[in-house]
Design a protein around this ligand. Structure first.
Ligand code: SF4
Length: 377
């Protein structure tokens, strides 16, 4: 399958797209911020805490493409840990999110953050001591519970890692505990910082995958399929468990061929025994996202399809199309996957689980328990 990329630039490491750093005035003297600034080698502007709106000129979302070149280093004044913003109506995986910052330098047409956030710039929190204190308290308080925690909900886990080196702090921290799993979820291929870390199998490195057509035309500045899988193979060779997310699955011409191509490439590139889970999530979006994304990416046709409003108020494909795509992908995956790998739906109803997979999560103790079992092998 031959596909054209929109540019010949190598996007293995999207942090190279950054052009400017802004440091909030009250974080001056923060040692971690100084380390990041030194590694980035970019011009730095000190910005008063009340002047963040002036970091990028223009109005949101028209200024978002420009904003993605600017990184604000600041303190998180709230809590770092949150429950995944799931909805009650669909089966959810009991995931927790570490909020390390907002936004990312990549530019996916379907990115939900375009509608969730209202800042064009990327932010990253440098009060790292507060983060680790909060994590430690949580682990101490829930010593007997098993948790899965990720950093890739409001940003991409590895997109800024070359300059933040956050993975070099998080991975050994999580490696010390028996009952907490960290998932680093990304679309980039900048994984060198993960080499030689004491992960103790407690960090799962994870990639979002899609059909080559969608990756080429709807995921700008993201690594290619080959680059993502090469990075995943490297992580597997360093002993890391892996996971993959087919999300959002998007209906397009020759979608069957495209998703099958990606699955074949995945299982040729990485040992299947390294894969702990694979999620499937159909394209869904808040109505507000359509206006923003079609305005920013007029070439894209992914919103021009028939959709129905789900119980969570998001637009989704009609059920027959969803189940048809899911069945194709699930059957292909089931034929090649390791029996211990958990294949699951992100935010789908019991009816869809039953129709596609032939069971509902409750029969196996719930989705959270299924995922916990796949890492506690
Ligand atoms: S990589 Fe993730 S966070 Fe970044 S633009 Fe794409 S969907 Fe959004």
């Amino acid at each position: 399958m031959k596909l054209k990329r929109h540019s010949n630039i190598d996007w293995k490491d999207p942090s190279r797209y950054l052009q400017k750093i802004f440091l909030e005035a009250s974080s001056r003297g923060n040692q971690y911020a100084e380390e990041i600034i030194a590694r980035a080698g970019l011009p730095v502007t000190i910005v008063d805490d009340k002047d963040f709106d002036n970091i990028v000129a223009g109005n949101y979302p028209a200024n978002l493409s420009t904003g993605k070149k600017s990184l604000l280093l600041c303190s998180n004044k709230g809590e770092f840990l949150k429950g995944c913003p799931a909805t009650r109506e669909y089966r959810c995986c009991d995931y927790q999110v570490i909020n390390v910052g907002m936004g990312c330098p990549m530019n996916c047409v379907y990115c939900i953050l375009q509608a969730y956030l209202n800042n064009p710039y990327i932010s990253f929190f440098v009060n790292i001591d507060d983060l680790f204190n909060e994590l430690q308290k949580k682990i101490d308080a829930e010593a007997s519970a098993f948790s899965r925690i990720g950093t890739g909900e409001f940003s991409d886990s590895m997109a800024l890692d070359r300059i933040t080196e956050l993975s070099r702090k998080l991975v050994p921290f999580f490696g010390q505990w028996g009952n907490v799993i960290l998932e680093l979820k990304t679309k980039c291929a900048a994984v060198d910082n993960l080499k030689d870390l004491k992960h103790n199998d407690k960090t799962i490195v994870s990639w979002s995958l899609n059909s080559p057509e969608i990756m080429a035309h709807e995921e700008f500045r993201a690594a290619t399929l080959e680059q993502r899988l090469e990075a995943a193979a490297k992580c597997a060779s360093w002993g890391y468990p892996l996971s993959f997310h087919f999300d959002p699955i998007i209906a397009h011409d020759n979608w069957q061929e495209g998703y099958e191509y990606t699955i074949d490439a995945l299982f040729s590139a990485v040992p299947k025994s390294a894969i702990r889970w694979i999620s499937l999530g159909g394209f869904r979006y808040l109505p507000k996202l359509k206006d923003i994304a079609t305005g920013r990416f007029p070439h894209s046709t992914i919103f021009y399809h028939e959709f129905i409003e789900g119980l969570d108020k998001k637009q989704r494909y009609f059920r027959p199309l969803r189940t048809s795509i899911y069945k194709t992908i699930y059957q292909k995956l089931s034929a090649v996957v390791d029996p211990k790998t958990c294949i699951y739906f992100c935010m789908e109803s019991d009816e869809i689980w039953q129709e596609v997979m032939g069971f509902v999560p409750a029969q196996k103790g719930g989705l959270g328990a299924m995922l916990d079992a796949s890492v506690q092998r």
